[in-house]
Design a protein. Structure first.
Length: 466
């Protein structure tokens, strides 16, 4: 009976994710608020069905955890989803509901797969998510009501640099890189996850004031300083994310394709230099070229090789939850969680999951296009590009399309700093979406007022109001 439930469930997961992803792209195209709300409630229903289905399978298969703990934990997570999807739209009626639904769907997948990989990891993740979500309730209000953020440019610069330099000085070496601090020898704190947000605000503040060549040079110098510090700490994944965010923010601010082309060339040159300077990079490139080579498959290539084994064994529909062997991949809950999803949920589900991530990115860009302020627009673009690059690096590393960079999959992978910073990013975007909606409503009122005045001043001609 349990096997039958598992077989049926893996197809139900694909079915639910298909309709959810389809609804996400439909919502992006719709202009009427009533139609968007209908899709929003349908998506919410799918989220709850997906989580309940996952919870049933967790309850059936958890042998090392008391059944009552699974039920209590599942009930708490359901309450979280109800509050997140129900309370946020009440507090902020003009919130972007599509982005909110996508955030909750990605969290739901994360809750399920982390509980499958290790129940304690899922509990820790949920505690962090709950606390941060409550704290982030105030972020959209702050972002939409105050303009102080655009006047702290050099404060952002200083704080970001101090945090990154602190990692080089005090951070322990782990797997060839310095990534985090240890607080009280128990809690790890990865500053680069939060400095990404600070960095975006810094660059937005720089280009919001001017976009001339002098300003571009000055901003490039400090952006380069950030990247150099990350390279010195061997956090090359974050260095690539920072550089890419800066490059696209520079392009949006100046609208000069030459900067974009030069930046792409700079990335290529920097990659070659990093390869020759760092043994850590040489090993990852060697693994990327052939993770199944006899001399490395059981050593440096073990993680990537088993990631590919997992994705291959999953096939199109997956092995079913709890029917695969994702725990054979070292640190699978962090930078290789996509492999676990591909193995047990299948490649069709994994592709649909990526489409949901893509709809998040498009939602970020739509929020950017609705902004009147250049500062707000650049913040949306920078955070959106950072999110997209992080997804690309994680998935590309798991599939061995690019060398592994040790980057987590946003909202799904385990990691306190990562989940915390990502939820803050989504909260900031929601604040910007509220500002964008206010701008659009203001423009409509002005157009309506102009139409009324035009009709009233020209009584000899009958004109339809727009």
């Amino acid at each position: 009976m349990d096997i039958l439930i598992t077989i049926i469930s893996k197809y139900l997961f694909i079915f639910l994710m298909f309709f959810y992803a389809w609804g996400s792209f439909c919502a992006l195209q719709m202009k009427r608020e009533k139609q968007k709300n209908t899709i929003f409630w349908i998506q919410n229903f799918i989220i709850f069905l997906t989580y309940i289905l996952g919870l049933v399978l967790i309850f059936i298969n958890q042998q090392d955890t008391a059944d009552v703990n699974v039920i209590i934990f599942g009930g708490l997570q359901l309450c979280y989803l109800i509050i997140a999807l129900g309370v946020f739209p009440i507090i902020y009626p003009t919130i972007n509901k599509s982005i909110l639904s996508n955030m909750c769907m990605l969290l739901t997948i994360g809750f399920i797969i982390l509980a499958r990989l290790g129940f304690e990891k899922s509990v820790t993740q949920f505690i962090i998510v709950s606390v941060v979500t409550i704290a982030s309730l105030v972020v959209p209000f702050l972002m939409s009501r105050f303009e102080l953020w655009r006047n702290l440019t050099w404060f952002y610069c200083l704080v970001g640099l101090v945090l990154l330099i602190g990692v080089i000085i005090f951070g322990p070496m782990t797997n060839g890189a310095r990534l985090y601090f240890k607080i009280a020898n128990r809690i790890t704190f990865q500053p680069s996850e939060f400095v990404k947000i600070i960095f975006v605000f810094f660059i937005a503040g720089m280009f919001a004031k001017a976009q001339d060549f002098r300003r571009v040079v000055l901003a490039s110098i400090f952006a380069g300083l950030y990247v150099i510090i990350l390279v010195l700490s061997t956090d090359l994944g974050s260095a690539l994310i920072f550089f890419t965010m800066y490059l696209f923010m520079l392009y949006v601010a100046t609208r000069k394709a030459l900067y974009l082309i030069a930046g792409m060339g700079g990335i290529s040159l920097a990659s070659v230099i990093a390869y020759h300077l760092f043994y850590h990079v040489q090993v990852r490139v060697l693994v990327w070229k052939n993770p199944f080579a006899p001399e490395i498959i059981n050593d440096k290539g073990y993680q990537v090789a088993h990631s590919l084994f997992a994705l291959g064994s999953g096939g199109l529909s997956g092995t079913g939850l709890y029917q695969g062997y994702p725990n054979k991949i070292p640190l699978v809950e962090n930078d290789f969680i996509f492999s676990a999803i591909g193995e047990e949920f299948g490649s069709i589900f994994a592709i649909l999951l990526l489409l949901v991530c893509l709809s998040c990115f498009i939602g970020f860009l739509k929020a950017a296009m609705a902004q009147v302020s250049l500062f707000n627009r650049l913040v949306c673009v920078g955070l959106g590009v950072g999110y997209a690059i992080q997804v690309i690096l994680t998935v590309g590393g798991a599939m061995n399309m690019i060398p592994s960079t040790g980057v987590t999959l946003p909202l799904i992978s385990s990691g306190g700093s990562s989940i915390l910073s990502t939820l803050i990013v989504f909260a900031i975007i929601q604040g910007m979406a509220i500002v964008g909606t206010s701008n659009q409503e203001r423009e409509k009122r002005m157009e309506h007022a102009e139409g009324v005045r035009y009709v009233s001043t020209d009584k000899s001609v009958k004109v339809r109001r727009r």
